[in-house]
Design a protein around this ligand. Structure first.
Ligand code: PBG
Length: 344
């Protein structure tokens, strides 16, 4: 007992360790923490992915993404206007395509009156100030759920690129500001760039899903666009092996050579090392996609009372910025923008 009393006394003596540097001094008050903060998340960092559906009803719930609904075109226009009023720079719409419109060669992807093209036209007309980023990939339109076309069990590269290029042109004609090839076929960025330039779309940007991994975290997205049940096999012959990092550098280098204006890493949080490496190496606009599975994890834990959802959301988004991302695609975008506007 006397020994314990002596220890307490020495702990209380402020200069007992003789430290010249105390890291905690800068953390002592809110004003000081704000002053030394290295990374700041702003609304300008947000891209909002949203889901479209051809329906007379404004919204339909997505079971695996609580809080996210598929929107019909009128509702998507309203929500795009809301996003713009919050200061969100861009949206990234994805279509749920009727099963009857899907086939082996993604014919509907080239229909200039398809859901995506109609939505892009409507949003451009009503909310011209928001950027529209459109995926080039065939999976919403194929009966087999792959991003390209198949021959037997193989996903054909060059034939897929040919269709993706036409898809990109249809989207650009409809008013897409950015084409985002998410298919991971080789050579698609060069082919899309050439086709855009040849058709008067020199100003349309390309945001390449440069390092896109074959990930388990896309599950809820496939529920949202209705490809979960239809996907044959997996995407490992075109999406990257989660074990690889040097390969991401090679992918990004190729996409930049081929004309990408911006690159993206996907998924997000499990791949912060890739984001940091890519940003350090290339110093180009680099984006992260906080994918559907990441959203679902935070929401599920939050709805169970196991995590403070808003805090986990803001911490994860700040982590992307700290790693070097210039912006993040996140389903939380409107929620974050509202919190930031309120001055959290
Ligand atoms: C389509 C595409 C996918 C995602 C974005 N574009 C799914 C996939 O590759 O299977 C996933 C986005 C998410 O999970 O939030 N190629």
């Amino acid at each position: 007992a006397p020994q314990a009393r002596q220890d307490e006394a020495s702990v209380q003596r402020a200069d007992s360790l003789g430290l010249t540097r105390r890291m905690r001094r800068n953390r002592k008050a809110d004003w000081s923490r704000r002053l030394v903060r290295e990374t700041v998340l702003t609304t300008n960092d947000l891209i909002w992915p949203l889901f479209l559906i051809d329906s007379s009803q404004a919204r339909s719930a997505i079971a695996w993404m609580p809080g996210v609904d598929r929107l019909n075109i009128e509702e998507a226009v309203r929500q795009a206007a809301h996003a713009a009023s919050l200061g969100i720079p861009a949206i990234a719409p994805f279509p749920f395509v009727e099963k009857s419109l899907r086939d082996a060669t993604a014919t509907e992807a080239l229909n200039t009156r398809n859901l995506m093209c109609r939505a892009v036209r409507a949003i451009k007309a009503e909310v011209p100030q928001i950027g529209i980023i459109c995926d080039a990939a065939l999976d919403p339109y194929t009966s087999h759920g792959h991003d390209g076309v198949m021959e037997g069990e193989r996903i054909l590269n060059d034939a897929s690129v040919h269709i993706l290029t036409q898809q990109a042109l249809a989207l650009a004609d409809a008013g897409a500001d950015v084409i985002a090839p998410s298919d991971m076929m080789d050579g698609r960025v060069a082919a899309i760039r050439a086709a855009l330039d040849a058709s008067g779309h020199e100003e349309v940007q390309i945001m390449a899903y440069a390092a896109k991994y074959a990930s388990a975290y896309y599950g809820p997205f496939r529920d949202a666009i209705g490809t979960n049940a239809t996907l044959i096999g997996d995407k490992r012959t075109y999406q990257m092996d989660p074990a690889n990092s040097d390969e991401a550098i090679a992918e990004v280098a190729l996409d930049l050579e081929e004309g990408a204006d911006m690159v993206m890493i996907k998924p997000g949080l499990p791949y912060l090392d890739i984001i940091a490496r890519v940003k350090d190496h290339f110093r180009v606009p680099t984006f992260a996609y906080q994918v559907s599975g990441e959203y679902a994890m935070i929401m599920a834990a939050s709805l169970n009372g196991w995590l403070d959802g808003d805090k986990a959301m803001l911490e994860s988004l700040t982590a992307f910025k700290r790693a070097g991302a210039d912006g993040v695609l996140t389903y939380f975008a409107p929620r974050v923008a509202e919190i930031l506007r309120a001055g959290a």
